[in-house]
Design a binder for this molecule. Sequence first.
Ligand SMILES: *Cc1c(COP(=O)(O)O)cnc(C)c1O
Length: 343
Amino acid sequence: MSTQHFASDNYAGICPEAMAAFAAANAGHAPAYGEDDWTRRVSDRLRVLFDTDCDVYFVFNGTAANSLALAALCQSYHSVVCHELAHIETDECGGPEFFSNGSKLLPARGENGKLTPAAVLEVISRRSDVHYPKPRVVTLTQSTEVGTVYQPREIAAISACAHEHGLRVHMDGARFANAVAALGVAPADITWRAGVDVLCFGGTKMGLPVGEAVVFFDRALSEDFAYRCKQAGQLASKMRFLSAPWLGILEGEVWLNHARHANAMARRLAAGLQQVPGAKLMFPVEANGVFCELPEHVLAGLRERGWRFYTFIGAGGARFMCGWDTLPESVDALLADLRVLSA
Ligand SMILES: *Cc1c(COP(=O)(O)O)cnc(C)c1O
């Protein structure tokens, strides 16, 4: 067995179902640029999954999905309210600002990586004059960057507040599957039924080789989106290889079962960490990530033993992500090393 890591769920390979669908799409010639049968079928399948007539586009990664979706909602003089830990703010190299020609991100605070209507209101009512960029979008990350999950009513409350003030709602769903699995709700219940206008539905971390789906629930917002993708270098000519893998995981409940498994592995790790002296969980473990404060010598010891993980939040905080393929034995091996190093 090769060593598994906890640095990110994108360390995992391609799940077998996606791989099979990918291979099946490698069948002779097919129309390019999304005019193929696979892309049409996956888009239809997503409309069934979300129980609504949404517009669907496939792009290569999450940064592009978020940046282009936000650019579609904003003019250059607009602004986007996000959590201060939002991926668009901390990890997209200014992509949303670049593709929107200058829309400004307005970070807000909130416990457990989540925005609240009050936090949004605070940001958008600071100023209403022409000298300040006009708030246009609220963006939520589901599940969040710190492994928590918005409840349907929390999303609905933020959306209601946003819409009341003329703002649109974008959802960064790089780990949308983990949230749906955790909540046990219909995908529609935490998206359009809760007021979300556009969702970036993450495929990569779910077990696809590459690619995310941008899902417009308000179809008026997707006008000219195909041009935006093309100009940004995000229109795949052999689109079928981006879209077909989705067919494999949307069959039955494959995607949800993978996400349920990843979430369960995170819970297993969190439970074990509670028995490790000196370890302190930083956030409720609601999806597939575990954030834990650990003494510096323990972090160093883990690295020495070859474990890979990120420490980008807080002081001494380590992030451990679980994926569709995380083995219980890998969780247990990490915990065993943690116990030895903490003794
Ligand atoms: C991984 C991730 C993305 C997408 O990142 P890319 O590397 O651009 O694919 C977006 N948002 C969140 C919250 C993520 O964790």
